[in-house]
Design a protein around this ligand. Structure first.
Ligand code: ZN
Length: 224
């Protein structure tokens, strides 16, 4: 019995993805680095390094999944950097802190932000400028069965989602819940008039709902 864990690992029984990622992060932390080289992990890691790369497709993909920096990566696009900021802003219901880049749901560590913008504060400013800049919503990317003549695609852009959340003060418009006030509240941006019922993807027709209210609504008026 006492060798149970040992046996599982030696015989290659599946360790979970979460175990692998947690150990990658642990080794990075031990090194005081944002990234871990595969040969270094081979020496210090708890699991087989090839298991990590196989499971996630490549060593770099494993690093990315762990929220670590990819050492040879030239850089993330601004769009990717901003998308991660929005994930955090939505998750916390407030301006995210630099330290929160290191933990899920963030998938990008602070280094790429500092390289690109110089500081976390400057990165946030750039994000807000980007989000508040005017845009025309992209037309539907593909013909859709809901009918021709739609002005907008189904999924709101990053900018539009941020504008809706900001207008609604990161608060569920049905019950008032906010992740800033209660842990575990998850916010969604949802169509008031369902897109399937010809509701457009516009600021006016989008609203912030928590997952509980969003599900409740779906039960009452199932979207097809
Ligand atoms: Zn709610």
């Amino acid at each position: 019995m006492e060798s149970k864990f040992e046996l599982q690992r030696v015989t290659g029984a599946r360790v979970t993805d979460a175990d692998l990622l947690a150990d990658l992060r642990a080794v990075a932390k031990q090194l005081g680095q944002e990234s871990v080289q595969q040969k270094t992990y081979r020496r210090l890691g708890k699991y087989d390094d090839t298991t990590c790369s196989r499971r996630f497709g490549s060593w770099n993909a494993a690093l990315r999944a762990a929220g670590l920096a990819v050492s040879n990566e030239v850089g993330f696009s601004d769009e990717k950097l901003f998308a991660n900021v929005l994930v955090l802003w939505q998750h916390y219901g407030r301006q995210p802190r630099r330290s929160e880049l290191a933990i899920p749901p963030s998938t990008i560590s602070q280094s790429p932000y500092l390289r690109r913008f110089g500081s976390w504060g400057a990165a946030l400013e750039a994000f807000v400028d980007f989000a508040n800049s005017t845009e025309t919503e992209a037309p539907p990317s593909a013909p859709n069965p809901a009918g021709a003549g739609r002005k907008t695609g189904r999924d709101p852009s990053l900018r539009l989602r941020f504008k809706v959340l900001q207008r609604d003060r990161f608060t569920c418009q049905s019950c008032g819940a906010s992740p800033a006030k209660a842990v575990g509240v998850e916010l969604h941006v949802d169509h008031a008039t369902p897109w399937s019922k010809s509701g457009e993807t516009t600021l006016e027709n989008l609203k912030t709902l928590c997952s509980a209210c969003n599900l409740g609504k779906s039960d009452l008026a199932p979207q097809t």
